[in-house]
Design a protein around this ligand. Structure first.
Ligand SMILES: [Zn+2]
Ligand SMILES: [Zn+2]
Length: 424
């Protein structure tokens, strides 16, 4: 996915390298029009073949997605998820019957507008319409869901308010649909308000981004369950994931790396999150979108107007994209190193029993009640008596990983969300 993601891939847009003009295509020898990595130059045609092949072989090799499976595509409007949508569409139409991608796709868009400062109802509505239009052009059923729906009492899977379009059984006009959805918000926005307040009370942008990431995955999984999808494909590119690798390590989420950045993330059990775009860097995706004239839209995120050092994620992103300019193999180096780190921490080798974080469902790195974890709770709990944090509920304290316990401590009072967050 890339739903409103933090990595602004605009910063990493490809430049048509002047050197490309002098090079020949590494595949066919014709004049190259673009350079993908440090040395590989391609002509248009060979680049498209290379891109398509890489995508399909990634899916083929891992065999995570089975033929005929219902797969939900997370669409943020951004370049990477736009490419994902297009790859799936082409994969289902092109080639011989045998080689075709045989899945039943749907598209989901999460509107995160309610927590973005200065993003008003009109702008949200406009954004929702643009994104809906691009998503519907795919011809797949499109599900739209608001981030604040996570707060509502309807957040049980049975009746999460999701708007569907492009479906054979619904014939509503999309524009009216979107308008109604956003208007309902502006009149009855108590859940939006509560979520907004919750985000405002966080001390750091890092904690906000961390929580957003979590809410986003949980909502995707919920929508998938509701509509009978067993896989969710997200548009995380190698560039985004390499930022994630470094940011995760910096935030003490190292044990969650295999889940957070691997091809398949099975922490939610019945619904598996798949990252088929992880083998592409942002520059390649951008090239692909330019050649195929794919539309994408940049929506503001939590860190859009933030200073470079505002959060660990934002700083890491600036660091990686800065390095990438002069050292084009930065992303792939970080990415490959991250993949190696994952091997020794294979979640399948984790001991059975009480081993998952109650919030992010990653393998617990703090033990049953690690000294670090309890100290974090004590600090946050003791400082504000009436602001009880999640961990000091009437039930035995749910175990949180190191990363989540830091986030909880930063928010102080998580009670507004704790039920939905801890029992999914
Ligand atoms: Zn060529
Ligand atoms: Zn956690």
């Amino acid at each position: 996915m890339e739903c409103g993601g933090q990595v602004s891939e605009a910063d990493m847009l490809p430049q048509r390298l002047p050197t490309a003009k002098k090079k020949n295509c590494v595949r066919c020898g014709k004049a190259a029009v673009l350079v993908v990595q440090t040395s590989a130059a391609f002509c248009r045609e060979c680049f498209l073949n290379y891109f398509t092949h890489k995508f399909r072989s990634g899916l083929g090799k891992t065999r995570v997605v089975q033929p005929g499976e219902r797969v939900l595509l997370a669409f943020s409007g951004g370049p990477s998820s736009a490419a994902l949508l297009d790859m799936v569409k082409r994969g289902m139409e092109e080639g011989t019957q045998k080689k075709r991608l045989r899945i039943e796709p749907g598209v989901v868009f999460i509107d995160e507008g309610c927590i973005i400062q200065g993003f008003d109802v009109d702008q949200r509505q406009q954004a929702l319409q643009i994104v809906s239009k691009i998503a519907e052009d795919s011809g797949f059923p499109v599900y739209r869901v608001m981030l604040e729906d996570f707060m509502s009492e309807h957040s049980t899977e049975a009746d999460l308010p999701v708007t569907v379009s492009n479906c054979a059984e619904t014939s509503q006009d999309t524009t009216e649909d979107v308008e109604r959805q956003v208007k309902t918000l502006s009149t009855d926005d108590s859940s939006a308000d509560r979520l907004k307040r919750l985000f405002e009370q966080a001390k750091s942008l890092t904690a906000k981004e961390d929580l957003l990431q979590m809410l986003r995955s949980k909502l995707l999984v919920k929508v998938a369950r509701m509509h009978g999808y067993t896989k969710v494909m997200v548009g995380d590119s190698g560039t985004r994931l390499s930022v994630r690798i470094m940011a995760d390590i910096a935030q003490g989420r190292g044990s969650a790396l295999p889940l957070n950045t691997g091809f398949a993330d099975d922490r939610h059990g019945d619904v598996v999150i798949v990252r088929p775009m992880r083998d592409f860097i942002a520059k390649e995706i951008s090239m692909y979108n330019t050649i195929c004239q794919l539309e994408s839209v940049f929506l503001p995120t939590l860190s859009t107007r933030a200073a470079e050092k505002a959060s660990i994620g934002h700083l890491t992103e600036a660091f990686i994209s800065g390095l990438q300019v002069n050292f084009p193999s930065t992303v792939s180096t970080v990415f490959r190193t991250g993949a190696k780190l994952c091997v020794s921490q294979d979640p399948e080798n984790m001991p059975e029993g009480h081993e998952r974080c109650a919030m992010c469902k990653a393998p617990l790195d703090t033990g049953q009640q690690g000294p670090l974890q309890s100290s974090v709770y004590k600090t946050s709990g003791a400082s504000e008596d009436d602001n009880k944090c999640v961990a000091t509920g009437p039930e035995p304290s749910p175990s949180l990983c190191h990363g989540c316990s830091l986030t909880v401590a930063d928010f102080g009072d998580f009670s507004a969300l704790s039920d939905q967050l801890l029992h999914d």
